[in-house]
Design a protein around this ligand. Structure first.
Ligand SMILES: [Mg+2]
Length: 232
């Protein structure tokens, strides 16, 4: 099934790694974590254990930096058999605080694309993560004025999207989502009868990795964000 671009009235933008850089900072934080935990385990094992801890805690804490900080601390205690120095625990908290304080790096062409689309479509931001952190990033990005609505979801599954579209009184055939994650920004939308554009980012969190369907219907993949303008 091709995308009926003519029917589209509302466009949803993912935020992290679609509007601005995000995953890169997590990779950097993981590197710092591995360096601090070097006395106790190999880098490979440290990476694996931290990821496992994050997955174990995801249902409890949700997405975002704060949950990641707690997982780093718990993981450090486990990997060191509770012998991690308190000073190192403080350093772990500091890694997280630096992530939260990091300036927002808007991705290339984002503003140009929003400028082209505003007025022609109703634009909304759909992101997941810490509410406060995402609101802060949007504020610092100076992109807020382009959007009619901002929604921070606890997750991006079919039900989350379905409920939101119902709440905003948007019919799925009129809705197009643009995002970097096939798993979170594309496939759930296609499954509820909406459309999506996949704009891959060079770094993907392991948790977001998913195999692309053999026949992609209801979505297209483009190399860069400006490519969407050819369709809209
Ligand atoms: Mg994203």
């Amino acid at each position: 099934m091709e995308i009926a671009f003519k029917e589209i009235k509302v466009i949803g933008f993912d935020a992290d790694d679609t509007l601005w850089v995000n995953e890169t900072y997590f990779r950097e934080a993981e590197e710092q974590f591995a360096t601090l935990l070097e006395p106790y385990e190999t880098k490979n094992k440290i990476d694996q254990e931290l990821f496992k801890m994050e997955m174990k805690n995801l249902a409890l804490y949700g997405y975002g930096i704060k949950g990641f900080m707690l997982s780093m601390i718990e993981s450090a205690l486990e990997l060191s058999n509770n012998e991690i120095p308190q000073a190192t625990l403080l350093k772990l908290l500091d890694i997280g605080k630096q992530m939260i304080a990091h300036p927002v790096d808007i991705l290339e062409d984002v503003e140009a694309v929003l400028e082209q689309l505003k007025g022609k479509y109703r634009l909304i931001v759909l992101t997941k993560g810490d509410l406060l952190d995402q609101e802060r990033k949007l504020d610092r990005s100076n992109l807020s004025d382009y959007f009619h609505h901002v929604e921070v979801l606890s997750d991006k599954k079919e039900k989350n999207y379905k409920d939101l579209l119902e709440h905003l009184e948007i019919s799925p055939n009129e809705f197009l989502m643009i995002g970097n994650s096939l798993k979170s920004d594309v496939l759930p939308l296609v499954n509820i009868g909406a459309s999506a554009v996949h704009v891959p980012f060079h770094t993907t969190w392991k948790h977001e990795e998913v195999r692309a369907p053999k026949k992609n219907s209801g979505y297209i993949t483009v190399q860069k964000l400006t490519d969407v303008l050819a369709y809209l």
